[in-house]
Design a protein. Structure first.
Length: 95
């Protein structure tokens, strides 16, 4: 039980850290792990959603620093809607 818990935590932390800079890289890594049978579909989807969510926060922060609140607000709104749609779709289809 403990090894599974640490594995899950390690996977999520690794994905979150990698997603700060780039969302596709951890998603591709998760897809490979899923393809070879190391991850089940639910773990893959959760990791992909985590990566996209973390990367969206990073993008909003970059917009805030580089262009100010006006652009960051627009980024935040657009990314929140798209990430919410991804989470909603995933939660309704992956079981």
């Amino acid at each position: 039980m403990a090894s599974g818990t640490w594995r899950d935590l390690g996977l999520k932390v690794s994905v979150a850290l990698a997603a700060i800079g780039d969302a596709p890289a951890p998603v591709v890594s998760l897809a490979v792990l899923n393809a070879v049978g190391t991850l089940v579909k639910e773990e893959f989807v959760q990791g992909a959603l985590l990566a996209v969510s973390i990367n969206s926060v990073t993008r909003v922060a970059a917009a805030l620093v580089s262009s100010g609140r006006s652009l960051a607000w627009r980024f935040a709104l657009a990314l929140t809607v798209s990430v919410a749609a991804a989470w909603t779709t995933a939660c309704s289809t992956v079981r």
